[in-house]
Structure formats: structure tokens, C-alpha cells
Design a protein around this ligand. Structure first.
Ligand SMILES: C[S@@+](CC[C@H](N)C(=O)[O-])C[C@H]1O[C@@H](n2cnc3c(N)ncnc32)[C@H](O)[C@@H]1O
Length: 314
């Protein structure tokens, strides 16, 4: 019998899909469009992107469709199939995108599609939940020879997930005031450590919240990168791209954002109240005049969008 999707993922996303949809960030075309080019799904003509909507895409772990929105806006409908195990996520997905008909409730371990039938597989903010060879074998099975897998995540702090060289990576400025002072030489994890040091309140809040994530798979643990590099189902040709941005956010929404993390969603209301109180006190203790955007008076939260492309080995 094949494996099933992680319980914490399915249960927490079953209960928090509405707030997830509101408080999680969207995916900016500044990085997404070049990502689609790297996946063979678009080309650049002059200063415009032309999307190859005749190419068949499977998006695994579509959730409420935060990334799917980009594909739909770029013209995909019938050649797009989405896979998601959580019925809660799918309820919000279908409300958001009733025009998408190829919606399948399934997991990465058993994808009900034919061998060699797909031009690209995309996973947004999800591969860490099923970063294992069973999933990669199944993704390899449905991909056509020579085609690619694309992974994309937002992240809040440096981690082994960025253990690659800046010289081999692409960087995009999605409106970060720190972009020009961000060095692009050496190990990316080290570079991002300096990037996040620009806002101490965010560093401290993130480290506090990370104290609760030890028992569930997370992007930042970096296991996905090791699994991918060692897998015989994919070539050893991973390419990283990063878009740096500043999210402007109120103190209340910092909490609401973190509350959508599966490992926080799953806690009791009493525990959540305690964490919220502590989180506010960490913010208060670590803000200064540079912590706020002068126009909106909102907190500046440095963030990064990370895309990875790898070729199927078959
Ligand atoms: C953090 S959400 C990401 C959702 C969406 N892609 C986005 O970017 O907002 C992670 C998703 O992975 C899904 N998931 C977890 N395990 C999975 C598996 N084995 N196969 C497919 N999806 C899975 C969860 O149900 C959840 O919807």
C-alpha cells in the first residue's frame, strides 16, 4: 500500500484554509515568470513573456490555489490539473477557481495520471511535506522525458534550504529596500543571514515561532534539498532563484500570519493566546524607528521567494 499525506498537514489545512488564503503571501510574477521560462512553460519575446499554454502542467499540493492563480492569469485552464489531499483546502480552491475542472483529491504518493503524460510538475509551499523518494518516483513517472519539476516557497529566515552558491543563482528585486546592499557572492544561507539581520524584531519573532516546529516537516529543515540531490529520479542540476521583498504588515497580522502555520494551528486556544502575547512582547522589545515603513507606518518584514528547478532523470 502506498504512503498517505502527513496527518498534521491534512488536519491543520482542513481547519485553517480560509485564514490561510487571506494571510499567506501571493507569488509575484517578477520571479514566477522567469521560473516558468526555466520550466519550459514560457519564453521571453522582446520585453514580454509568452506562455506556452498548450503545455500540460500538474500542480501538486495546490491548497487554496495561491500559486495556481498565477497559472490561470497566464492563460492555463484545460491543460492544468491540480492535486490536493485536504478537502478543506479543495473547498476554498473550488470557490476561488470554479473554472478549473481538473481537480483531483489525491496525494503525491498516488497520482491518478498516466506515465509520461505531463510537461511540468509544480509544487508551491508544499514539497517539504512529502520530500521523499516515493513522491519523487511518482512525479518522475508522470513527467515526460526531459521535462522539469519546479518547487517554490516563501521563507522568513535563513536555513540549510539555501545551501547553494550565489554565483549559480538568480536574484530578483521584488521591492526590498535591502536588495542593493545584499551581496551576491558565496553561500546563500550566509548571505540571507545578513539580509534578515536588517530587522531584528522579525528575526526574534521567527526564531521564537520556530521553537514550535520541530515535529513536523518544514521547508527550513532543508531535508527536501538533500532528498532531491540524492534521488536517482532527478538529475543533479538544481537551479535556485530568489526574489527579495519587504512585506509591510501590522503587528496583529504578524500573529495571524504565523497562526496559519500547521504546527501553530494545531495547538489549543489557550496555548495560542500565550504565544500571541509573547510574540507581541518580542515585537515591542525589538522595534525601533527603522522597523516601520515611513509611509504606511506598518512593520517591515524582510521576506524571500525561492524557486528551484530540476530535470527529471529518465
Ligand atoms: C502550505 S500548503 C501550500 C498550499 C499552496 N500550494 C500554496 O502555495 O498556498 C501545503 C499543502 O500541501 C498539501 N500536502 C501535504 N502532503 C501532501 C502530499 N503528500 N501530497 C500532496 N499534497 C500534500 C497540504 O494538504 C497543503 O494543502
Amino acid at each position: 500500500m502506498s504512503k498517505t499525506a502527513h496527518n498534521t498537514a491534512v488536519n491543520s489545512f482542513n481547519s485553517n484554509h480560509s485564514s490561510y488564503d487571506v494571510f499567506r503571501p501571493s507569488f509575484n510574477p517578477i520571479l514566477v515568470n522567469p521560473f516558468l521560462v526555466d520550466l519550459g512553460l514560457a519564453e521571453v519575446i522582446g520585453d514580454k513573456f509568452k506562455f506556452k499554454t498548450d503545455k500540460k502542467i500538474v500542480e501538486i499540493a495546490c491548497g487554496t490555489g495561491k500559486f495556481t492563480k498565477n497559472l490561470i492569469e497566464n492563460g492555463w485552464t484545460t491543460n492544468l490539473t491540480v492535486i490536493e489531499p485536504s478537502s478543506g483546502m479543495l473547498t476554498t480552491f473550488q470557490k476561488n477557481f470554479p473554472q478549473i475542472k481538473n481537480v483531483i483529491q489525491a496525494s503525491s504518493y498516488e497520482i491518478p495520471l498516466q506515465d509520461n503524460s505531463v510537461d511540468a510538475v509544480i509544487i508551491a509551499q508544499g514539497f517539504h511535506w512529502f520530500a521523499d523518494d516515493e513522491s519523487l518516483k511518482e512525479i518522475n513517472r508522470i513527467l515526460k522525458p526531459g521535462s522539469k519539476l519546479g518547487l517554490i516557497w516563501h521563507f522568513d529566515y535563513c536555513s540549510p534550504s539555501q545551501n547553494s552558491n550565489a554565483e549559480d543563482s538568480k536574484f530578483f528585486n521584488d521591492g526590498s529596500r535591502y536588495f542593493n546592499s545584499f551581496e551576491k557572492i558565496g553561500n546563500n544561507e550566509k548571505l540571507f543571514e545578513k539580509f534578515f539581520a536588517n530587522q531584528k524584531w522579525n528575526e526574534e519573532v521567527t526564531k521564537y515561532i520556530y521553537g514550535f516546529d520541530v515535529n513536523v516537516p518544514q521547508y527550513r529543515h532543508g531535508k527536501w534539498r538533500k532528498v532531491l540531490l540524492e534521488s536517482k529520479y532527478f538529475k543533479n542540476d538544481t537551479k535556485d532563484s530568489f526574489a527579495l521583498y519587504d512585506r509591510l504588515i501590522s503587528k496583529e497580522d504578524v500573529w495571524k500570519y504565523w497562526e496559519t502555520r500547521s504546527y501553530i494551528t494545531d495547538l489549543s486556544d489557550e496555548k495560542k493566546e500565550e504565544i500571541k502575547y509573547k510574540l507581541f512582547s518580542i515585537i515591542d522589545a525589538n522595534v525601533n524607528e527603522n522597523s516601520y515603513d515611513p509611509n504606511t507606518k506598518l512593520l517591515i518584514k524582510p521576506m524571500v521567494l525561492h524557486a528551484v528547478v530540476v530535470t527529471v532523470n529518465k
